[in-house]
Write a protein that binds this ligand. Structure first.
Ligand SMILES: Cc1cc2nc3c(=O)[nH]c(=O)nc-3n(C[C@H](O)[C@H](O)[C@H](O)COP(=O)(O)O)c2cc1C
Length: 302
């Protein structure tokens, strides 16, 4: 028997495939569907304190090897989204609440509310704009990242995952800060900053001009980030970026990930992608005589 169980610190998963934040997770109905189709855990879209419309259209462009998006974190705000979370309280699959804010205080408010709504963990999206330094992401201010994590750990008993961006050169330092602040896991990676220009108008296509690139093309970037982080810290790493099939997932496990998230491939292969990827992982393991995921995790780091 091939065993696909895995653990992210204190969190147990029946299989290692998780829905990535922001992909068809607006409402309880579509989340429930992905659970029924095999997802081992769900990450909600990133939720802030107040409702937010996001950027003007166009916000998403499908490119040859991936998807470029600049949604601008549209969301109904934590109080309204709570109604969707309430519907999901009965499910046995862990629901991880993704939250974003510009200050430690707002992050604590959101994490406390997620705990009250029954979330199994919180995932911090620190790729959002800084409150004081225009143009900077929260995640690039290491003392703010430390403050956010330690304040949440002080007030909330949920496991805290921190999602990092590949758009910074000091990723190893960021990972060390996250571990020092006592976070429970690191999620790598968020989208890669990119741009697409319309040759006829000579202008960027996205209303926000730049966007985040995801899908197949970013897998080598994600693999490199997971490998570098896994070499640096002792806390678990969750891999995300360009995972479309079972072999992509195996590659992330070998780089050091103990679980993986799937985003753009839900568009490419449909919500059944979780069932397919789990089947493909198990087939690969059987063919190579592995019985447990733990035998593969970190193979490349030795
Ligand atoms: C349309 C879209 C919306 C996204 N929204 C969020 C979000 O709200 N919060 C977040 O942390 N990441 C968000 N992401 C990033 C994904 O969770 C993931 O990190 C990224 O797409 C890389 O994985 P993939 O190549 O499997 O898509 C979004 C990605 C896409 C394509």
């Amino acid at each position: 028997m091939t065993d696909l169980n895995t653990a992210i610190g204190p969190l147990r998963l029946k299989n290692p495939t998780m829905l990535a934040s922001g992909i068809m997770d607006e409402d309880a109905g579509s989340i429930q569907r992905m659970i029924e189709l095999g997802a081992g855990a769900i990450v909600t879209k990133s939720i802030g304190i107040h409702p937010r419309d996001g950027y003007a259209n166009p916000t998403v462009i499908e490119l040859e090897h991936g998807i470029l998006n600049a949604m601008g974190l549209p969301n109904p705000g934590i109080d309204l989204y709570g109604k969707e979370m309430n519907v999901l309280k009965k499910t046995e699959v862990p629901i991880i609440g993704s939250i974003f804010a510009a200050t430690a205080e707002d992050f604590v408010t959101l994490a406390t509310k997620m705990q009250g709504l029954g979330a199994a963990a919180v995932e911090l999206n620190v790729s959002c704009p800084h409150a004081k330094h225009y143009g900077l992401e929260v995640g690039s201010d290491l003392s703010l990242v430390y403050d956010i994590i330690s304040s949440i750990k002080h007030h909330v008993h949920l496991p805290v995952f921190v999602k990092v961006s590949p758009n910074m050169t000091n990723l190893v330092e960021v990972a060390q800060t996250i571990e020092n602040a006592k976070a429970d896991a690191i999620v790598a990676i968020n989208t890669v900053r990119g741009m697409k220009i319309n040759l006829e108008t000579g202008l960027p296509i996205l209303a926000n001009k730049t966007g985040g690139y995801s899908g197949k093309a970013i897998k080598p970037i994600g693999i490199r980030c997971v490998y570098d982080i896994a070499q640096t810290v002792h806390i678990p790493v969750i891999g995300v970026g360009g995972i479309t099939n079972g072999e992509d997932a195996i590659e992330y496990f070998m780089a050091g990930a103990c679980a993986i998230q799937v985003g753009s491939a839900v568009y490419y292969r449909g919500p059944e992608v979780f069932h397919h990827i789990n089947k493909e992982i198990a087939q690969w393991m059987r063919k190579h005589n592995y019985k447990k995921l733990s035998e593969i995790i970190g193979a490349a780091c030795r």
